[in-house]
Design a protein around this ligand. Structure first.
Ligand SMILES: [Zn+2]
Length: 303
């Protein structure tokens, strides 16, 4: 009898020790998983990345990377590189602009079934010209504010542990952006008082003109390295000649030569605008670019 109880008691101790040991192993394991279980967020290109880095700054267990290089520019006809594919394969969330600017999106959705593709432009009205969607919505600061709000909501849902950080980052960024909104409104009033019309060498400037009340007399899509046709030169020239005082909006990289040529012939003012598709990975990049854009438009207005 005595031996029997001793055996049961012994077994109970063995079970207790085993359970403790197993629980410890389990707890250590789940802790191990937790640190490995980083959420990897990838953005498609520059303006989405700058907005996301502001919202996600300082959040733990979540990383942010951009698909394309900071100097890639607009993604029209962009081909995914092997490095891009590797990055997407390891990503959990892909934040995109939409409107057709990421032409590779259907292939990505098919190739990476577990990747969550999220549109940061939900609720934004895209401008349609000639049945084509103009995807460059970030050039209207009011749209950009919606993007920041959307990124905060999306990330809070995906990663509720960091919700408070996302929300306080959003609030801080919104406050800085609000100064820019005030500047835009002042400039918009000046534009409507004086009147301003513009020939645009890039489609993205349509959004800037819309938000400032600038009358668009001509648009071409010179946002990548390509040959400008004689017809396009003639059309730009004619648009400027037909609209007395029209200003030419161009970027520094692709349109500046054409703008200079037309300006020499017509005497039109050239206004250099930053399309915010390339630059440094700095939190202030969007604000700095748009501040410079508003100054450029103001200067052209005063000429
Ligand atoms: Zn573009």
């Amino acid at each position: 009898m005595k031996n029997k109880y001793g055996f049961v008691f012994g077994m109970l101790i063995v079970i207790a020790v085993l359970s403790y040991a197993l629980t410890s192993v389990y707890v250590t394991n789940s802790k191990g998983n937790k640190t490995e279980d980083n959420i990897k967020v990838v953005t498609s290109f520059y303006p989405v990345y700058i907005a996301a880095m502001n919202v996600m700054d300082g959040a733990e267990n979540v990383t942010l990377e951009n698909l394309s290089e900071p100097q890639t520019g607009c993604l029209h006809d962009y081909q995914l590189t092997p490095a891009d594919m590797k990055l997407l394969e390891s990503a959990d969330v892909f934040l995109v602009n939409g409107g057709g600017i990421e032409s590779f999106l259907a292939d990505v959705a098919e190739a990476y079934e577990n990747l969550e593709i999220k549109y940061v432009t939900d609720g934004i009205d895209f401008i349609e010209d000639e049945e084509e969607t103009n995807a460059h919505v970030w050039m209207d600061i009011d749209n950009y504010l919606i993007e920041v709000e959307n990124i905060c909501d999306l990330m809070s849902e995906i990663d509720p542990d960091n919700k408070e950080i996302y929300e306080s980052n959003r609030d801080a960024y919104m406050e800085s952006l609000n100064e820019l909104v005030e500047e835009k409104e002042e400039l918009g009033s000046a534009v409507s008082e004086n009147g301003m019309s513009a020939a645009l060498l890039q489609e993205s400037f349509v959004y800037l003109c819309e938000t400032l009340g600038v009358d668009v007399v001509y648009t071409m899509d010179l946002d990548e390295e390509r040959q400008v046709s004689a017809g396009e030169v003639a059309d730009t020239m004619a648009a400027v000649n037909d609209n007395d005082g029209a200003v030419i909006f161009t970027d520094e990289l692709y349109g500046a030569d054409l703008a200079e040529t037309v300006s020499k012939e017509t005497g039109a003012t050239v206004c250099i605008i930053d399309p915010c598709v390339r630059g440094d990975y700095e939190k202030d990049s969007y604000i700095n670019a748009m501040t410079a854009n508003f100054s450029a438009v103001r200067e052209a207005l005063l000429k």
